[in-house]
Design a protein. Structure first.
Ligand code: NAD
Length: 299
């Protein structure tokens, strides 16, 4: 069985000072990648900043014989995002892999959530992933190769009480992933997303402590590494991953109900069951495939 390696590849991992990102960075470096370990070094709510966490992970990689540089930039700002990619260019001459992982929480029910709390979470997860991917994009396109892995969440895919900001950002990342995949297709750039579950400082108050051993970050990283590898053959996909289980999550459209000669509210009422039917469903790869289903029904 051949080992999957990343020799000659340069990876950027955002939010790699703790938790999942740290594990992604360690694993990619252990398999030969040169890694930019980015982390703003703040707390779980986005307060504060420190260059310590990124540097500690770099020290660990270097001690293990790998190559890495630290970057304490903020993914949520254009300068920060550009600086992260520039760190890769300065230290290693190129960028091949972007793992958008940085994240914060500002949980509150929608009744009590301020606009600032909504914006702060969107800024790091969604805007930050866009900004870092955009900063790398022209380099990936020009070299005809790239891998981007975005970090969504089951909270965004399926909803979670108290996380209007976070779930909106995380489902937004699914849309971003699909569109980047379409735009990168002819340049050899593959873009996919994960929706992880792992025991980290972000979730330690959520899961009972006995789950720590069962939901280790090392049970998520293999999927990230696979999606970052040159062998991966999918793009625009999202996978839930945690505790050693991986499953594709897809946006599907049911068979629906169609009427050619005008639609009334009573038509909607009378066909509500068929409108809500789940099978047989289609999984459109892009908006064209979805609209052609509508046109097909009107034939
Ligand atoms: P974590 O808090 O351990 O790691 C997040 C890292 O991002 C931290 O090191 C933090 O300093 C860094 N960061 C925050 N804001 C930043 C910014 N503006 N710029 C650069 N770095 C920044 O949490 P984690 O659980 O490892 O989370 C990693 C990612 O996985 C996040 O996007 C999170 O939303 C997502 N996620 C985690 C879980 C889980 O179960 N742990 C579930 C779903 C999604």
């Amino acid at each position: 069985m051949t080992e999957l390696r990343f020799d000659e590849r340069v990876a950027v991992v955002t939010g790699a000072g703790h938790g999942l990102g740290r594990q992604h960075a360690l694993e990619l470096a252990a398999r030969g990648a040169k890694v930019v370990v980015n982390d703003l070094g703040g707390d779980v709510h986005g307060g504060g900043a420190s260059s310590g966490p990124a540097q500690e992970v770099v020290d660990e990689i270097t001690k293990n014989g790998g190559q890495a540089v630290a970057d304490a930039g903020n993914v949520a700002t254009e300068e920060g995002a550009q600086g992260i990619v520039q760190s890769a260019l300065d230290a290693f001459g190129k960028v091949d892999i972007v793992v958008n992982n940085a994240g914060i929480l500002r949980d509150r029910s929608v009744k009590n959530m301020s606009a600032a709390e909504f914006d702060a979470v969107i800024a790091v997860h969604l805007r930050g992933s866009f900004l870092v991917a955009r900063a790398a994009w022209s380099h990936l396109r020009d070299q005809g190769y790239g891998r981007v892995v975005n970090t969504s969440s089951p909270s965004g895919l399926f909803g979670n009480f108290g996380q209007a900001n976070y779930s909106a950002a995380k489902m937004g990342l699914v849309g971003l992933t699909k569109t980047l995949a379409l735009e990168g297709a002819k340049y050899g750039v593959k873009v996919n997303a994960i929706a992880p579950v792992a025991y980290t400082r972000m979730t330690e108050d959520l899961f009972p402590p006995e789950f720590a051993g069962k939901l280790g970050v090392e049970l998520v990283t293999p999927l990230v590494a696979w999606l970052a590898h040159e062998s991966v053959d999918v793009t625009g996909e999202t996978y839930s991953v945690g505790g050693g289980r991986i499953a594709r999550v897809f946006v599907a459209e049911g068979p629906g109900f169609a009427k050619k000669d005008g639609l009334t509210i009573e038509d909607v009422r009378d066909n509500w069951q068929q409108i809500n039917a789940e099978t047989p469903y289609i999984v459109p790869k892009n908006i064209g495939e979805q609209t052609s289903a509508t046109f097909e029904a009107l034939k």
